[in-house]
Design a protein around this ligand. Structure first.
Ligand code: BES
Ligand code: ZN
Ligand code: MN
Length: 475
């Protein structure tokens, strides 16, 4: 990432392109005919005056403005101006100083685009944001600077995670993830432990080994510890599925859109992003991030339907479909979290089921938990951060469906309620520890990007979790 300079000031420095946010009903800036611009949310009008460009962005009605309104509006503005070749942008937030954080987040998130590896035949005219100015009143400077700084940490880490997420399976393997984690964690108050395939065998991580055994790219298990809280305080465990490519294995997937399965690692990457940001923000709590990483491939050494796999804690899985691989690697990771850290809660993120997309579409992730306070906290945080989650059931009614005649549980229980039965399967490994499962299959990446974002990996879950942790996790 090229470096971005952010200043919080009372008036613009130099001649940046200016973004002005417009609340419905307030007097129109000079030069805009009222029939042309009503200030509907995220509508824009561009004013050119000699060498100054001003983009006016509508926010809609005053009483409906939320943090996410500013996040999206800033995103729309930055995406629009970068297309015009802008490099320096000033956001006029004098009237919205309480929303500096989301506006900075929106601006930085919108500045990321996966440019790929093509030959630079058609040279892009898209600008690269090098300087972002935040304009507020004198009174608000100190608070706005603190807000902008935290927002910058969160959004730039999210962009790093999106960049890794968008890498294809040949360029980003479980080993790449382990190496990248070490590199990114370096210099932070984080300890990183990595299990290679030999160590996974020694320590009985049967689930991660089974899913990874069909690939020439061996699996890894990655654990990050962050201690920002009291010594004796139990940590919160964050667990994320990182399947660097999911072919389905022997139960191979159909060809259409299989390329999208490069994003099957976004749960694990979200956990990496949360851990990096928590350390950089110096959050006053203890966290452990656990990332099981594997590539799910068919082949002579691949695991097969019918196999019975023993996980870390001795529980067994009857594999009925090798494409239900996420829950198998998560079982090991959750068992390790429970046995090694006795966490106060386990929050797990995974692109787990296609059925979750059928149920909720691409705007909301499925939130599966029986912990009412945790559920409410996450739903509320998601409204603030613009990552909507929707409560789904995980009660014991689904547990019966995953019980097996020959093992502790079977990894598929048919089509009916499959997101719910999958969630209940994973919960078995959490035992009595308060457990949250977030199915991010529909939200971890976008194919048709909204106006405030570019397509590809979104980093869903990072802002949401940090917001929840900063508000104090109700456990
Ligand atoms: N990674 C997929 C789920 C997925 C599919 C996410 C499409 C996003 C888009 C997961 O490993 C999977 O294959 N799940 C199967 C489970 C089934 C075999 C029980 C599914 O959802 O079809
Ligand atoms: Zn998968
Ligand atoms: Mn799968």
């Amino acid at each position: 990432m090229p470096s971005l300079k952010i200043d919080v000031r009372t008036s613009p420095f130099g001649s940046p392109d200016l973004v002005s946010f417009f609340v419905k009903g307030s007097p129109l800036p000079p030069g805009i005919p009222s029939e042309e611009f009503e200030g509907a949310p995220f509508s824009t009008v561009l004013l050119r005056d000699k060498n100054q460009r001003t983009l006016v962005v509508g926010l809609g009605e005053k009483n409906k403005i939320e943090p996410d309104t500013l996040r999206r509006a800033a995103g729309v503005a930055v995406k629009h101006l970068l297309k015009l070749g802008s490099k320096e942008i000033a956001l006029d937030l004098a009237a919205h100083a309480n929303h500096v954080a989301p506006a900075v987040e929106g601006a930085i998130l919108a500045s990321y685009k996966f440019t790929g590896f093509g030959t630079p035949a058609k040279k892009s005219t898209r600008g690269v944001l090098s300087r972002l100015q935040i304009l507020v009143g004198e009174q608000e400077l100190t608070q706005a600077r603190a807000q902008a700084r935290d927002a910058e940490i969160i959004a730039s880490i999210t962009n790093t995670i999106r960049g890794l997420g968008n890498l294809p399976g040949n360029l980003f393997t479980p080993i790449s993830l382990a190496e990248k984690t070490q590199e990114l964690a370096h210099g932070h108050n984080l300890t990183v432990k990595i299990w290679n395939e030999r160590q996974l065998k020694r320590d009985n991580f049967g689930g991660i080994l089974a899913v990874g055994q069909g690939s020439v790219n061996p699996p890894r298990f990655i654990v990050l510890e962050y201690r920002g809280g009291a010594k004796r305080e139990a940590p919160v465990a964050l667990v994320g599925k990182a399947v660097t490519f999911d072919t389905g294995g022997i139960s191979i997937k159909p060809g259409a859109q299989m390329d999208e399965m490069k994003w099957d690692k976004m749960g694990g990457l979200a956990v990496l992003g949360i851990m990096l940001a928590a350390a950089e923000l110096k959050l006053p709590l203890n966290l452990v991030g656990l990332i099981p990483a594997a590539e799910n491939m068919p082949g002579p050494e691949a695991y097969r339907p019918g196999d019975i796999v023993t996980t870390l804690d001795g529980k067994t899985i009857e594999v009925l479909n090798t494409d239900a691989e996420g829950r198998i690697i998560l079982a090991d990771a959750i068992a390790h979290a429970r046995l090694t850290y006795k966490p106060s809660a386990i929050i797990e993120y995974s692109t787990l089921t296609g059925a979750c997309i059928v149920a909720l579409g691409h705007q909301r992730a499925g939130l599966f938990t029986s912990e009412i306070k945790l559920r409410d906290a996450l739903v509320a945080a998601g409204k603030i951060t613009g990552e909507l989650v929707w409560p789904m059931p995980i009660d014991d009614e689904f547990k019966e469906a995953v019980l097996s005649e020959v093992a502790t549980a079977k990894n598929t229980a048919g089509r009916e309620g499959s997101s719910c039965t999958s969630a209940s399967f994973i919960k078995i490994w959490a035992e009595e520890i308060p457990f949250v499962h977030m199915d991010i299959a529909g939200t971890a990446w976008v194919i048709k990007p909204p106006a405030y974002l570019e397509g590809g990996a979104t980093g869903f879950g990072i802002r949401l979790t940090l917001q929840t942790l900063r508000a104090g996790l109700p456990v």
